[in-house]
Design a protein around this ligand. Sequence first.
Ligand code: AMP
Length: 531
Amino acid sequence: MQNIEKFEDFNISEKILKAINEMGFEAPSPIQLLSIPKLLEGKDLIGQAQTGTGKTCAFGIPMIEKINSKNYVQGLVLCPTRELSIQVTEELKKLSKYKKLEILPVYGGQSIERQINILKKHVDIVVGTPGRVIDHLERGTLKLDNLNFFVLDEMDEMLNMGFQEDVEKILSYCTNEKQIALFSATIPETIINLAKKYLKNPEIIKVVHKELTVPSIQQYYFQILEKDKTEVLCRLIDINDFKLSLVFCNKKVKVDELADSLANRGYQVGALHGDMKQSQREFILKKFRKGQIEILIATDVAARGLDINNVEAVFNYDIPYDEEYYVHRIGRTGRAGKTGIAYTFVVGKEIYKLKDIERYAKIKIPYKKVPSIQEIEESKLNKFVNKVIENIKNQDEYYEENKVLNILLSKNIQIKDICLYLIKKLLSFESSDYQEIDEIEPHFSSEKKSKNNKTRFFINLGRKDNITPYEIVNFISSNGNINPKKIGNIDIYDKFSFVDIYIDNENKLLEKIDGIKYKRKKIGFEVANIK
Ligand code: AMP
């Protein structure tokens, strides 16, 4: 087999390569390296991968490669949620930018007439939730007779949400020869059975990780919004006074953007990614080693094998999509017996990626609160005060300065006035560039500070079970032994519902409710991963 390292090594068209390049990806992720060749060969596939591993492109690239616009739907992606359908559609649209395929997301809650109108015109790939896809199939507004690429995305989630029957019904609508790719974070027995029934000799792929020793350096994570990442990075660098920091981004474009915005804020920065010539890279690295660059921003590929002493902090500006990368990245600090620190920025559902990393590396990464502007100003002040105290001890050295002071004193200028003027010159209080950020509640209860926290739970009871909000409240409060007043908003869908509960210990409630029966139905009850 050909040794694949770059996207150019895959047997894919220039149009797709151009699109991938614009998306800013430097190299295929591990799941892409394994899936893309198999899917290009036409094989059915079961891929064990979570969100955040690059799995959308793992099936999206071969799917787009294989589909050439005709007059019917050729590709279908089934996703458990509306959010995921939208996300997948966006990724596929970017990939097909130069092939100009029509990709339509279909999910409940959006006008069905609008979807019908578009389906009537021309659509190449449909991405949707099972309920709405069935609705279209039954109305005859979606035909899968000529389908040739079928993707089941986050299959375990679809099963958890009670979609198995629907998925099988959809599969029964497309009986013609087609390729099927199934992606799931876990592969329970039910998925194996389903695969046996519908997939032809599937290739089973899973990213296997090497056992790695995790360096013993301090590690923390911050839960923040994407828009606040740069601000948080600056605050952390400033408050800690890091002299050399290494910042990792997942995409080349991000590396360039971040380098520009940090340079605009006055930092000495360097960027390192695969688009740069070897000589350019060496030049940047030399400057970083000499300390002429204080912040080096890099992609994983560019930083491979990088060996620099004295890196005080590693920042995962983007959480890595592979657990192994995390360990490689943080190993760039704390070298040669020095202490180091690693900070990871987590946005929304990426918290689950962090939990994967913790599990893989057998470590606990504690949550940390972003330092406030006031804390940074205070730390700046303290540092200044300490520096003055330290230097006063060596006042013998100030021979010339003493002469100037004596002149000032001879002119009847007060010592306090002289000091205040000089402090103002040395410490600038006005020129702070800091911006306000939005505070995000940490996702996991043990990290939450306030007592009245709301958690969103998923329960596999919905309209089809003839359930009412009153019955849900009754069921949860009596079995979970909690006050009904603690139960807030309830959103009931066809097969499941979301329930907001004001509770401190989610695990206790999960233990009491998950797996018990409601009218002979086994209840699936879990913390919803959509906030
Ligand atoms: P997914 O697992 O498909 O949800 O992808 C997670 C994120 O990784 C998305 O923002 C993708 O655009 C991005 N991504 C996918 N493949 C790559 C890659 N090879 N390099 C960098 N980022 C990627």
